[in-house]
Design a protein around this ligand. Structure first.
Ligand code: SAM
Length: 227
């Protein structure tokens, strides 16, 4: 079955999207009009399996296969807002997953590079973005805990998997004034942090508690690194 079927024509979900933005995102304090607009317009249902499309605008994560998830809409909005994007930034995303967060970032920044450790997820995410004609996202497969030295520095780094600590690689790959959002904690629950680089100092802010799948790699959790 293609991305659209007769059962799910593309504009079927517009009112659900608007409701999602009002009830889940604005109501919880997200104020950036650019973020709200991107989320009003991005067809989130295309980033999940056809059998889950009716749930795509619910207030929760959803499975995307390979034991991974597409994050809760509010979490996507919050992390995106914290990056403070104005349109000309280069952003590194760790954990492509479904590609939904990458697509939102692509609307708000000049260029996005997204790294995923599971090739199959990266390929299906790329297929959705190609379908949506989003062309400013560069897909890489590999261990995102290493960052991407050859493309550094980044104005924003967003880590969409839970890490035991902040990998030093990210700190050294962030531009002056750059922002990083990352969930840090144990393997089950984390706290969302935002870091901002100011000279040789780091401003650190703590946000909400959250639950992400594990960041698996050299500077994350140990796991099956053969994927
Ligand atoms: N941003 C995604 C979205 O919008 O669908 C959600 C990402 S999901 C919560 C976390 C993803 O991080 C998973 O797809 C997982 O395979 C990936 N991941 C975990 N460790 C990684 C690593 N070291 N490098 C790259 N991707 C990793």
């Amino acid at each position: 079955m293609g991305i659209f079927s007769k059962k799910n024509p593309p504009d079927d979900f517009k009112s659900l999207r608007e409701k999602m933005v009002r009830a889940q995102i604005e109501a919880r304090g997200i104020r950036s009009e650019r973020v709200l607009q991107a989320m009003r317009e991005m067809p989130r249902h295309l980033f999940v399996k056809e059998s889950l499309r009716d749930e795509a605008y619910g207030d929760h994560p959803l499975p995307i296969g390979e034991g991974q998830t597409i994050s809760q809409p509010y979490m996507v909005a919050l992390m995106t807002e914290l990056l403070g994007l104005e349109g000309n930034e280069k952003v590194l995303e760790i954990g492509t997953g479904s590609g939904y967060q990458s697509a939102i970032l692509a609307r708000l920044a000049a260029r996005v590079i997204t790294i995923e450790r599971i090739r199959q997820l990266s390929e299906s995410a790329k297929a959705v973005l190609d379908f949506l004609k989003i062309s400013n996202v560069d897909f890489r497969v590999g261990d995102g805990t290493l960052g991407l030295e050859e493309e550094a520095p980044f104005d924003g780094i967003i880590v969409t998997a839970g890490s035991p600590a902040v990998p030093e690689t990210y700190k050294s790959q962030l531009a002056e004034g750059g922002r990083m959002v990352i969930p840090v904690g144990d393997g089950f629950t984390q706290t969302l942090f935002k870091f901002r680089k100011r000279g040789d100092k780091w401003e650190k802010e703590r946000f909400t508690g959250c639950v992400f799948v594990k960041l698996i790699g050299k500077y994350g959790w140990r796991g099956d690194e053969s994927l």
